[in-house]
Design a protein around this ligand. Structure first.
Ligand code: WAQ
Ligand code: MG
Length: 249
């Protein structure tokens, strides 16, 4: 199999600095490499965050035998009419999952005080709310995951009335995160100004889509991974960044 990673930006110098436009990755069979590269290029050049002037594409062969496999999280939803209502529901859902109210408040405070989107996620202790990673404004990037068989995925998700890149990528990421030892819950909303749906996910209850989690036009997104106290943060991050995980539908 081949891993294909794309990241793109606008206004930097040789890809350094500038505004992050879009990043995406796929793990595909060799015969699908070309068409996947094209679709990622297309995406970097027609993104709602802007048209990238720097695009980096990395293609690498990976071993299918060494990949871990995990099940796609089950999906449930909550309809919210406003950002405040959606975020209130997310708070309650996180507490129902087992995150303490204190840790929930710290997570919202951290996300709501961002002045620009992070590229990755913050890792917080699910009891104390203490920030455990040292990645600062960048955050921890979860990488090296995709659906195991794209066709099954499209069938199943469109049967549920879900389609589109945002859902697919978020579900795959959340499924990988939930499969990691130590994960308790995840909180996310998009950095795409037109995309107001966010989610709370957990190994316990699955992936909860919340229809409105931010104001239309807001380009600041973020993610928090809540972990159990005593989690080995180094191996947690190593799994998120490096372990190849194929998500089975
Ligand atoms: N690893 C860790 N954090 C990430 C990653 C990653 N690979 N990619 C993005 N983030 C963080 C980063 O802080 C972004 O600013 C933030 O998440 C949002 O990323 O069911 O589109 O890719 O309809 O904009 C959720 C709802 C969509 C989907 C989420 O996130 C649905 C979305 P985005
Ligand atoms: Mg985005």
């Amino acid at each position: 199999m081949f891993s294909i990673k794309m990241r793109s930006s606008l206004g930097g110098k040789n890809g350094n600095g500038g505004k992050h436009i879009s990043g995406a990755e796929r793990i595909v069979q060799e015969c699908d490499v070309e068409k996947t590269v094209l679709s990622l290029l297309e995406r970097a050049r027609s993104h709602q965050r802007g048209k990238a002037d720097f695009i980096n594409v990395k293609i690498q062969e990976i071993s299918e035998e060494q990949a871990a496999r995990t099940k796609l999280l089950s999906v449930y939803s909550h309809k919210s009419a406003t950002k405040d209502e959606g975020r209130l529901f997310a708070r309650k859902e996180l507490v129902r999952i087992g995150v303490t109210p204190k840790a929930v408040e710290k997570a919202f405070l951290a996300l709501e005080s961002l002045s620009d989107s992070m590229r990755g996620a913050m890792i917080l202790d699910s009891v104390t709310g203490e920030r455990l990673d040292v990645f600062g404004e960048r955050g921890v990037r979860c990488s090296n995951m995709d659906v195991a068989l794209s066709n099954n995925y499209e069938e199943k998700l469109s049967a549920l009335g879900l389609s589109g890149e945002h859902v697919r990528e978020a579900l795959v990421l959340a499924s990988k995160v939930a499969s990691c030892k130590g994960s308790v819950a995840e909180l996310c909303w998009s950095d795409d100004p037109d995309y107001v749906t966010g989610y709370v996910a957990s190994p316990k209850f699955g992936y909860c889509r919340i229809s409105v989690m931010k104001e239309l036009g807001d380009f600041i997104g973020g993610r928090v991974f809540f972990v159990a106290p005593g989690t080995n943060v180094e191996s947690y991050i190593d799994y998120l960044q490096n372990k190849v995980v194929l998500v089975e539908v």
